[in-house]
Design a protein around this ligand. Structure first.
Ligand SMILES: N[C@@H](CCC(=O)N[C@@H](CS)C(=O)NCC(=O)O)C(=O)O
Length: 118
């Protein structure tokens, strides 16, 4: 248990925590029929920052849920995603996983289609 916690902490600290996440986009630039993108996130989580950067680079609007200190929101995240780490990302209501899964979809050339609702 302690080993797992330490590994998680190390992973967090070894990331890009020093650079801030981009602000969530507020101007709705997604196509009107594009699926809703939601991300459960924590302020100092490098995986969250990375995932949000990727979405921002693609000019994707998303709904951001900050789970820091919000136990109800974190519980909702765990129930919806069946995951316990942040970020947890949903596209069109479907859980796609965390940052690694988002990046894997991008590398596989499948993310744009998902974001377009194809
Ligand atoms: N593979 C995951 C790693 C995410 C991760 O380790 N997040 C850390 C925060 S930086 C976390 O939530 N740790 C707590 C836990 O795993 O319960 C991803 O790509 O999203």
């Amino acid at each position: 248990m302690l080993t797992k916690l330490m590994a998680g902490l190390r992973a967090c600290l070894s990331g890009e925590a020093s650079s801030p996440a981009p602000a969530p986009r507020t101007a709705p630039e997604n196509a009107a029929d594009a699926p809703r993108v939601e991300i459960y996130s924590s302020a100092f989580c490098p995986y969250c920052i990375r995932a949000r950067r990727l979405l921002a680079a693609k000019k994707v609007d998303y709904v951001l849920y900050d789970v820091d200190g919000d136990y109800a929101r974190r519980r909702e995240m765990m129930e919806r995603s069946r995951g316990h780490s942040v970020p947890q990302i949903f596209i069109g209501g479907q859980p796609i996983g965390g940052c690694d899964e988002l990046v894997a979809l991008e590398r596989a050339g499948r993310l744009d289609a998902l974001l377009a609702g194809a």
